[in-house]
Structure formats: structure tokens, C-alpha cells
Write a protein that binds this ligand. Structure first.
Ligand SMILES: [Zn+2]
Length: 99
């Protein structure tokens, strides 16, 4: 669960969604106004999750499955990953960069 690093209030799914909508992965805490960032660990986990979409779209190519099913698998994985990426968000008090 994501907690604000300043006021320790737990963010709702909607609050966390706002960090994803911002390009720099930040949003003001709706409870205390402190700027919070998506933690580096979350960003790494998020890109791992994106791999699922690629796998879900490419793996069925090697199997003889109907196109409609293939499209459905792809669409379902995109939706699942988008939801998961928000669900796993952890907050950081400052912007973190990879070394
Ligand atoms: Zn706060």
C-alpha cells in the first residue's frame, strides 16, 4: 500500500492514478499537499509488468488460436497491467533516478 512519506496517510487507487497521469510520476498529496513521487522500485516493477503485455501479444502468434481470442488476450493483459501498475505504486518523498 502507498503511504504519503510526510503525513503517512494511505493513498487510494484514485490518488495513485494521478501520479501515473503526470509525466514525471509525481502528484501532490491530497491530504497534506506535499509533493510525492513514484518510487524507483515501483518504476522498475512497472516496466517488468509491461513485459507481460509484449508476451501476451507475441506468444499467441506461435499457437493456432483465432484472431478474436488473440485480440482479447492482448486487450485483457493491457488492462490488467495498467491496473496492476497503479496498484503496486509506492511513494517516495523525492524523485528517484536509476544510477
Ligand atoms: Zn501527505
Amino acid at each position: 500500500m502507498a503511504h504519503c512519506t510526510k503525513c503517512q496517510t494511505e493513498w487510494t487507487f484514485k490518488d495513485k492514478q494521478r501520479t501515473v497521469k503526470n509525466l514525471d510520476g509525481s502528484a501532490k498529496c491530497p491530504y497534506c499537499g506535499e509533493k510525492q513521487y513514484i518510487s524507483l522500485k515501483t518504476k522498475r516493477q512497472g516496466s517488468m509488468l509491461s513485459m507481460i503485455i509484449i508476451l501476451a501479444i507475441f506468444i499467441p502468434v506461435f499457437f493456432d488460436i483465432p484472431l478474436m481470442v488473440h485480440i482479447l488476450i492482448g486487450a485483457a493483459s493491457i488492462i490488467a497491467v495498467l491496473i496492476l501498475q497503479v496498484a503496486i505504486i509506492q511513494l517516495s518523498g523525492k524523485e528517484e533516478f536509476p544510477e
